[in-house]
Design a protein around this ligand. Structure first.
Ligand code: HEM
Length: 65
């Protein structure tokens, strides 16, 4: 999921619910704008860094790039 997003796209997704296809009127959009739009840049950085350390079940874990 988050792997499809680069850092900039992830920030827009998380804070404004804007998907890669530009859509932002789904549930993710409403939740993000209501609850996540005051995340600071460094907080989005931390979440992004963390999520990128995760691997789908079955794949070997690896250290953060
Ligand atoms: C840290 C919190 C969250 C992260 C990192 C996150 C991340 C994502 C990602 C990566 C997608 C896929 C977007 C795509 O298909 O391109 C997505 C979609 C979605 N998320 Fe979240 N999400 C979060 C919180 C939530 C919450 C709290 C809700 C609902 C209560 C929610 C509801 C949805 C829905 C319904 C979609 C499908 C697209 C839409 O209908 O807007 N998400 N989210």
């Amino acid at each position: 999921m988050a792997r499809a997003y680069n850092r900039e796209g992830f920030g827009r997704l998380l804070r404004y619910g804007e998907l890669l296809n530009g859509n932002n009127d789904g549930l993710m959009g409403r939740v993000a704008r209501a609850a996540f739009d005051d995340f600071r840049e460094d907080e989005v950085d931390d979440l992004y860094t963390f999520l990128m350390t995760l691997r789908p079940p079955g794949e070997a874990a690896s250290s953060p790039n």
